[in-house]
Unconditional design. Structure first.
Length: 54
């Protein structure tokens, strides 16, 4: 089992969990709201090199 990135409860990452990696729809929507309100952000600009494997 892994932890939900929002509340850190144990969560199932199998295809049976339609909210994965979150434990529930509530945690999924809270996380989405944080991104929509720009409370979360990417730590650095994406470089074209990020898309190529070594």
């Amino acid at each position: 089992m892994n932890k939900c990135p929002r509340c850190e409860k144990n969560t199932n990452l199998s295809k049976d969990n339609k909210h994965r990696p979150f434990c529930s729809e509530v945690c999924k929507l809270i996380d989405f709201g944080d991104w929509a309100n720009e409370e979360n952000k990417i730590s650095r600009p994406v470089d074209s090199e990020d898309f190529y494997e070594d």
